[in-house]
Design a protein around this ligand. Sequence first.
Ligand SMILES: NC(=O)c1ccc[n+]([C@@H]2O[C@H](COP(=O)([O-])OP(=O)(O)OC[C@H]3O[C@@H](n4cnc5c(N)ncnc54)[C@H](O)[C@@H]3O)[C@@H](O)[C@H]2O)c1
Ligand SMILES: [Zn+2]
Length: 387
Amino acid sequence: MLEKKIRLEHSHRILFTREVFAPANMTIRDLLMLDRPTKVPKVLVFADEHVVAATPGLADALRGYARAHAEVIDLAGDLVVLPGGEPCKNDFSLVQKCWEAVNDAMLDRHSYVFVIGGGAVLDLVCFAASTAHRGIRHVRFPTTTLSQGDGGVGVKNGVNYFGKKNWVGSFAVPYAVVNDFSFLESLPRRERRNGIIEAIKVSLIRDRAFFEEIESMADRLARLEQPALERVVQRSAELHVEHIATGGDPFELGSARPLDFGHWAAHKLEQITRFEVTHGEAVAIGMAVDLVYSVRKGILDEITARRVIALVRRIGFDIFHPGLLAEGHSGEPAILEGLEEFREHLGGEFTVTLVPRIGQKLEVHEMDRHLILEAMHELRGQALVGV
Ligand SMILES: NC(=O)c1ccc[n+]([C@@H]2O[C@H](COP(=O)([O-])OP(=O)(O)OC[C@H]3O[C@@H](n4cnc5c(N)ncnc54)[C@H](O)[C@@H]3O)[C@@H](O)[C@H]2O)c1
Ligand SMILES: [Zn+2]
């Protein structure tokens, strides 16, 4: 056997700014200069239709930026607008549409794709960009609290196929992620709230001080005040990136997925409710299930579980949904099928991350179905009486 080690180093750059396409904003200019291009690089920009609708003048702003910085940016064609939200990941013809746009604009391996949008549009366009010409540099501009603090700052992309979520996709480190907080201002309230739950999640597994900071800001977060949201999204993004860069498994070859705390039940609940419950709302409930389960299993003390659940509720998330108890094929609640589906999705050994203390994580390889059911009933009771 001939075996040679190939070492690959990646830079994972996350930048925070406001009004990124204002001509005086140097964020993009500085990014494009990093590679010291010998000729002006071509840039093709894709955007989420809802962001375009909520940001009048976006296409003009892009053209204005390119004019003001013509020595570093060559806008290659008009803005390509794509449907926003999860449906865009269910329509494979949109991947082809992105490839066509790249081909028509004659992008090459020295060019850039920019994508502005929610996590779904980012996943779609980054998949297309990472496969065109075996990978074109792409810069993500996430526009939701969830994608700025969590999904958009990662290294994965993909679309749904065979009716399965993210079945086709790749790991591709973006050239950069630019979090422009001004995009969050046009988000509907439900979407503004969603990102806060991933911040609580990452604080629980990694950073007790951040959890306490979120507690201290709970009322402002409940009112969805912009400065409080920005602080929480920024720290959440930093912690997610820190995990990817230093957690030892950036491309997820192992079985553990600590950033998926509370997610096994969340994914299944989204499916059971046909996505009427959003991802953030489902994670709030999924975390509550795992917290109460952990108390019953003797992993976590009850006072801590109540403290976390109280915070989640204060911010405006529910901790129970009747879908948790909806019957599945076997006669048991369908939510329990989520355990097996979670294992299948990750492959390898069944691994769920729990939280024994705020700021710490614990991996377990089995879960007691009976205690999960007890936890769900307890949450239903708590939700009813409002304790
Ligand atoms: N790649 C990853 O590592 C990763 C991780 C987590 C989640 N995800 C994916 O992210 C997707 C969810 O992303 P999301 O939570 O950002 O939701 P989303 O992309 O579905 O966006 C939610 C809605 O808000 C709209 N929108 C986005 N930005 C807006 C703005 N600034 N103003 C007004 N409307 C706006 C969108 O068009 C959409 O209708 C899922 O497909 C999920 O699988 C990917
Ligand atoms: Zn999530």
